[in-house]
Design a binder for this molecule. Structure first.
Ligand SMILES: [Cu+2]
Length: 480
């Protein structure tokens, strides 16, 4: 009796074991994975991604991609003719699984001027599909491929001059999920960096044509996420809630620059290095080659604004490679305290500290056209430079930074205010009855920007409504 029981247990265990063995090794190679039925692929515009593949079986996946050449803004007042896969830069996100048979149709809109094609790095075949997909305006081409390798892959146009087609925005990502799918997360987003080369300098207004020489010299005017400077800021910022897990599919279209992708205030719990199987953990900055990708994952632990950058940092703050992830939820002081105390620290004594002169600052390339624009640019400048001390509503901080809101000192003398922003201020002053004896360093702004920021200040928070022009700033500047 005892022996029989033992024997049965053994057989059951053996049976289960062989089943498990089978599950993982159902097919020796991805090529052997059969497909049954077909389905239309869901394509999405950045920063969105299609629904996860999960446990679905391999299928014949129909992808219809349309090429559109269209003009839109790269930043405020500057437009560019983008060449796109699906009407966006980067192009539509394609989500597949290993073993899918992708039937890809590339159509070139009749209004387009040029022939194009597509090279998908997820393809095993000549040109990644480029040779079979070369298509003139008003035509479409179909080819098919089987996804053999899981991973996150770049696709791009490969029509000569290849660099120009990529520089104009012809790139995107295709994800090939492994058998069984990727582990679930709370939020997924699609981000792709690209460098742009325009005839005019960064910020120069109007329709800017592509500049071949700058592209050859790798001298980018714009380095951006998702095709334009504001694609991931302000109302377009990514969002999440405290405690959520985030997965970012990050690609780099190039054409030239390598991205040092970093999220300020976060650590990547996991990085699928170069979009492949290797997972690195606890990463601060991950390199994403031109024509490459990475999957980064992290949990957001505290609320706040987390800034996505290319940590080649002038690209972030001067060329546009900056995005935002806004996280809402309860503070968690144990993880991050916020500011605990503040004091004034003046190691060099109460004199104005040495800073580069305003003459060394390049003129702002974007003079405001009218008062409305002056206020808009002025607000931007205020939030970049003045807000740290004078605070968001100009209320200042008691005993340290005088208020700009309803300030009698400010409203009494416009030229004096210009002088303060140009050259800094130290010594005792009285603002609205309170005395301050501190130091404001000279501000690193061009005459245009000083005019804008002061006009914004004078037209906010119950101030006098004075308008400051560049000429007024230059007059004060040249008096000294
Ligand atoms: Cu093209």
């Amino acid at each position: 009796m005892k022996t029989i029981l033992k024997l049965t247990t053994f057989t059951v265990a053996l049976f289960m074991f062989s089943c498990m063995e089978n599950k993982g090794k159902e097919y020796a190679t991805a090529e052997e994975i059969p497909v049954n039925r077909e389905m239309q692929a869901e394509l999405t515009s950045p920063p969105n991604v299609p629904r996860p593949v999960g446990k679905r079986k391999a299928k014949k996946l129909i992808v219809n991609m349309e090429i559109l050449e269209q003009e839109s803004e790269i930043t405020n007042g500057v437009s560019y003719v983008y060449w796109t896969f699906g009407g966006t830069v980067p192009g539509s996100f394609i989500r597949t699984r290993v073993g899918d048979e992708v039937e890809f149709t590339l159509s070139n809109h009749p209004d387009n001027k040029l022939p194009h094609n597509i090279d998908l790095h997820a393809v095993n075949g000549p040109g990644g599909g480029a040779e079979s997909s070369f298509v003139a305006p008003g035509y479409e081409k179909t080819f098919s491929f089987k996804t053999l390798n899981p991973g996150l892959y770049v696709y791009h146009c490969a029509t000569a001059p290849v660099g120009m087609h990529i520089a104009n925005g012809m790139y995107g990502l295709i994800l090939v999920e492994p058998e069984g799918g990727l582990p679930p997360v709370d939020k997924e987003y699609y981000i792709m960096q690209g460098d742009f080369y325009t005839k005019g300098k960064n910020g120069e207004r109007g329709l800017q044509p592509f500049d071949m020489q700058k592209a050859i010299d790798e001298d980018a005017d714009y380095v951006v996420f998702n095709g334009s400077v504001d694609a991931l800021t302000g109302d377009n910022a990514l969002t999440a809630k405290v405690g959520e897990t985030i997965r970012l599919y990050v690609g780099n279209g190039g054409p030239n620059l390598v991205s040092s992708f970093h999220v300020i205030g976060e650590i990547f719990d996991k990085v699928h290095v170069e979009g492949g199987d290797m997972i690195n953990e606890n990463v601060q900055t991950t390199l994403i080659p031109a024509g490459g990708a990475a999957i980064v994952e992290f949990k957001v632990d505290v609320p706040g604004s987390f800034i996505l950058v290319d940590h080649s940092i002038f690209r972030a703050f001067n060329k546009g490679a900056l995005g935002m992830l806004n996280v809402e939820g309860e503070e968690r002081k144990k993880i991050y305290s916020g500011e605990i105390r503040e004091g004034i620290y003046l190691p060099e004594g109460p004199t104005i500290q040495a800073m580069p002169t305003t003459d060394e600052i390049v003129e702002s390339e974007i003079p405001a056209k009218n008062l409305e624009e002056q206020l808009k640019f002025g607000k931007q400048a205020y939030n970049q430079t003045c807000v740290a001390c004078h605070q968001a509503e100009g209320q200042g901080i008691a005993n340290a930074f005088p208020p700009l809101a309803k300030s009698d000192y400010l409203n009494a003398d416009v030229n004096r205010s210009i002088d303060i922003v140009l050259h800094g201020l130290s010594g005792e002053i009285t603002v609205n009855g309170d005395t301050y004896n501190s130091v404001m360093t000279k501000q690193m702004l061009s005459p245009d920007e000083i005019a804008n920021v002061l006009t914004y200040v004078y037209n906010s928070w119950d101030n006098s409504g004075a308008v400051v022009t560049k000429e007024m700033v230059l007059k004060v500047k040249n008096q000294k």
